[in-house]
Design a binder for this molecule. Structure first.
Ligand SMILES: Nc1ncnc2c1ncn2[C@@H]1O[C@H](COP(=O)(O)OP(=O)(O)OP(=O)(O)O)[C@@H](O)[C@H]1O
Ligand SMILES: [Mg+2]
Length: 269
């Protein structure tokens, strides 16, 4: 089982869209996928799946309490978010928990068997755009973090910033006996919304072409909007011969992008 966090500080980079569509790609291959929505905007829970959960939401992952798992598609389950997550940042800042970034990790140790976490091949976290305490927990609990980059000046600046934040966090979590960081989950990037004919996209591709942390390039495509609006992932849309034939090249590029992401994740120890 691999846990992957989708994180970006800037809103709208594509976390929800790619968590959902990549999750569906994995599920389509017969892999068992659990999506965990940690964003109080409820994009994945409410907008995609129409689910509202007040008592057993992902908020409970930070309170040593049980959660409810919904089956949302074949091979795909969801732990929905709650509006309560919005207050969690403040609550945890005021609490006297000694290592607040380790709470989610402990939840999996103590409660993972209640949801049979080991049955999943992949657990994907969708998050709010920030680097607050929830997302610091995700960095610690995850086997790898994937951050979508947009082809513009903000996307480029975001890359260095999130790298510095992740490094800063992990360098603080020191094993007292070895004095070395005890977590070294890698940070990967995906180029998202890439167009073949714009200066910004060409610039992003050029800057990241030899960068081993950049593991995939995802084209800019309006179809992604429909995936969220209609709860129909790309892997389902491409089964429609009409849609497939009209967008053949896009599907090829996307499948190869998702295959690279999967390969990187599968290679993690
Ligand atoms: N590859 C893409 N091509 C075209 N549009 C895309 C692509 N990826 C995402 N989008 C669009 O960009 C917008 C933002 O995407 P999304 O909601 O996934 O971002 P997010 O990072 O989850 O945002 P937030 O930070 O608010 O949670 C949406 O309208 C989505 O349809
Ligand atoms: Mg989102």
């Amino acid at each position: 089982m691999k846990k992957i966090g989708f994180i970006a500080e800037k809103g709208g980079a594509g976390k929800t869209t790619q968590t959902y569509n990549f999750g569906a790609y994995l599920a389509k291959q017969g892999k068992k996928v659990l999506l965990i929505d940690l964003d109080h905007q409820l994009s994945l829970s409410r907008e995609v799946f129409g689910i509202r959960e007040d008592d057993y939401s992902s908020h409970n992952l930070f309170h040593d309490q049980p959660v409810k798992v919904y089956q949302v598609k074949e091979n795909m389950d969801l732990i929905p978010a709650s509006l309560l997550l919005e207050g969690l940042e403040k609550e945890m800042a005021l609490s006297d928990i000694p290592m607040p970034a380790l709470v989610l990790n402990y939840w999996f140790d103590d409660h993972g068997s209640e949801i049979d976490a080991e049955q999943y091949d992949y657990i994907l976290f969708d998050t709010h755009p920030d680097f607050g305490i929830i997302n610091r927990n995700v960095v610690v609990a995850a086997d790898a973090v994937i951050s979508p980059l947009e082809p513009n000046i903000f996307g480029w600046a975001a890359k260095a910033r999130i790298q510095a934040r992740v490094d800063g966090l992990l360098n603080h979590l020191i094993n007292p006996s070895t004095r070395k960081p005890f977590i070294d989950s890698p940070l990967y990037f995906i180029n998202n919304k890439v167009e073949h004919n714009t200066r910004e996209s060409q610039d992003l591709m050029e800057r990241t072409k030899d960068d081993e942390q950049v593991i995939a390039t995802i084209p800019n495509k309006q179809l992604f909007k429909a995936t969220i609006r209609e709860n129909k992932p790309i892997v389902a849309l491409q089964e429609d011969p009409k849609i497939f034939n009209a967008n053949r090249q896009f599907f090829q590029k996307l499948n190869s992008a998702y295959a690279s992401m999967k390969q990187k994740i599968d290679e993690l120890k």
